[in-house]
Write a protein of this length. Structure first.
Lengths: 101, 101
DNA sequence: CGTGTAAGGAATTCTGACACG
DNA sequence: CGTGTAAGGAATTCTGACACG
């Protein structure tokens, strides 16, 4: 499940280059709980490629005029839907299993 | 063909943590032409996950008592063999194609 | 609200060299 | 040959604040 894409190894300067966002913007989006980089012992932020992808997505939504809290809500909504989908799948599996026995 | 694995985005400190090698060792292996990190404008080295994998492989070979130039030769040999394999494959494809027409 | 910027400091990295073996 | 280390400097990153809108 977790591969290189999720390894938090990229510094903010590189992330800035990869996304086109300023370091200021990236730090701000972290402050607004849109991304969650790791920290080195010294305190420098470490991002994953997944974070980079998320930042590009965030940048697009910001361009669409969305506010950070709206983007955060969208993300939470997506997570809730995934949970729901999982629970329904689980329920169907259980039903099928109960029918068998 | 090129994915996140080949993106040169990781600084030497992180590479050191990921591989268990000292920064000194990593810089030395670069000096011996075993790895080829990119550089930022400022001059800091940037490695890829592929580089990290290669370094782990190098570390194993060093433990086996190999010298850096031997490891370099092995790498070159591998490349030559891949070229050869490719050329043979190409030849077979051409032969098959010529038979058809 | 989102972002730029100057400020001062701390963490990170760089190179060239000396040392050991 | 391969690696550790101290040295000095440069590049990178960090935080908190002021500014604008």
């Amino acid at each position: 499940m977790s591969s290189y894409k999720d390894k938090k190894v990229i510094t903010i300067g590189v992330v800035s280059e990869l996304t086109g966002l300023s370091e200021r913007q990236i730090r701000y989006y972290e402050e607004r709980k849109l991304i969650f980089p790791d920290r080195s012992k010294g305190g420098t932020r470490k991002f994953s490629f997944t974070d980079v992808e998320r930042l590009v997505d965030i940048a697009n939504k910001m361009e669409d005029g969305l506010q950070t809290f709206e983007i955060r809500k969208m993300e939470q909504k997506k997570l809730r839907q995934e949970e729901l989908r999982e629970r329904m799948l689980r329920g169907q599996l259980n039903a099928a299993f109960n029918l068998r026995k």
